[in-house]
Design a protein around this ligand. Structure first.
Ligand code: KG4
Ligand code: ZN
Length: 335
């Protein structure tokens, strides 16, 4: 089997990333995270596209330099086709297409959500097929049965906000900086997770709903601050811990139900929210009780990165799934 040398580009949201992979081994993974959005409390699409334009070429040059690879030695160029922000995807895809055209190399169009799942194959330990993957990011919450690198089936997903959004939006209500997930996680470690009870969206099957949580936190804080204007500051850690506990319980209840019904004992976590320390601990505890084997990629490969795009490109290369130059980005690309 040919051992491809792949350059991969990721630009779906607010991280500009490039990675080089040789025969499935990662040689470099460079990520430039955009700071410009923090002051607006969320990703501003127009600014994200501009920042990708500024960062992309230096990031690619750095990835090639760290990998000690000459561009002429590359076998293929992989890029994120979607889902994501159209302007951001356009920058990455135009670069990848032009680069591949100039070098006369094939293109590999990668689905960002598949890439989050296949990040599990970058480093050991790697799950064996089939396994159940819970992908939790700022834009998505999906329960996926992964039968092979190419065969994946969504069995449950959010009907409104993503888990990462639930973290970020409630963190914003507490006055934490954007993105709030990591801040809320840190504060929650000092708090009491059962001090405040928030409703857990009860969905049939394996779906999720998080918009009710945000609304109930909003009303609760309004009511409490009317009586005590320092309520949030005085109870910040307990509020964070209680909100985080609610999100984790919601995620794990559906995960457990799905693993039971599908009779899968290998359970994987993917996406940026997999960095949450409370979720990691709760999942490990549940795994002991359920007899599951749990897989969580290194933090570097949980948040948006081009190494996972390279890994997915590698599998597509092996399967002969190349794209032509007519391909365009798809902001709503399905898994
Ligand atoms: O996968 P990702 O990097 O980007 C998307 O594709 O969305 O995920 C980013 C999301 C954000 O919502 C961020 O707040 C959340 O992951 N996140 C966390 C933590 N670290 C990142 N949420 C909770 N706890 C964390 N430690
Ligand atoms: Zn992502």
């Amino acid at each position: 089997m040919h051992s491809p040398l792949i350059l991969a580009i990721e630009s779906s949201c607010d991280d500009t990333s490039a990675a080089v992979m040789a025969n499935g081994e990662i040689l470099s993974n460079v990520v430039a995270t955009q700071q410009v959005h923090e002051q607006y409390g969320g990703v501003v699409p127009e600014l994200a596209s501009r920042a990708h334009q500024q960062h992309l070429i230096p990031v690619v040059q750095e990835a090639l330099r760290r990998a000690k690879v000459a561009k002429t030695d590359l076998d293929a160029v992989a890029f994120t086709q979607g889902p994501g922000l159209l302007g951001s995807l356009l920058v990455g895809s135009m670069f990848a297409k032009t680069f591949a055209l100039a070098l006369d190399k094939p293109l590999l169009a990668v689905n960002h959500m598949r890439a989050h799942i296949l990040a599990h194959f970058i480093r050991d330990p790697k799950p064996a097929f089939p396994f159940l993957c819970l992908t939790v990011s700022g834009g998505h919450t999906q329960l996926v049965v992964v039968r092979s690198p190419m065969e994946m089936e969504i069995i449950g997903q959010t009907i409104d906000d993503a888990a990462g959004e639930a973290f970020d939006k409630t963190a914003k209500l507490l006055g934490l900086p954007y993105p709030g997930g990591p801040h809320l996680d840190k504060l929650a470690r000092q708090g009491n997770p059962t001090r405040f009870a928030f409703p857990v969206g009860a969905m049939p099957g394996y779906d999720f709903s998080f918009s009710g949580l945000k609304t109930s936190v909003l009303y609760f804080l309004r009511q409490q601050t009317q009586q005590n204007e320092n309520f949030v500051q005085e109870n910040l850690a307990d509020l964070c811990a209680s909100i985080q506990h609610t999100i984790i319980q919601t995620l794990l209840r559906q995960l457990r139900r799905a693993a039971h019904d599908q009779q899968l004992r290998q359970v994987a976590l993917a996406g940026g929210v997999a960095a949450n320390s409370g979720l990691r601990t709760a999942l490990q505890e549940l795994a002991v009780a359920e007899g599951w084997e749990v897989f969580i990629p290194d933090f570097e490969f949980c948040t948006d990165n081009a190494a996972m795009v390279a890994m997915t490109g590698h599998f597509q290369y092996q399967a002969g799934q190349f794209s032509n130059q007519l391909i365009s980005p798809d902001p709503r690309l399905k898994l």
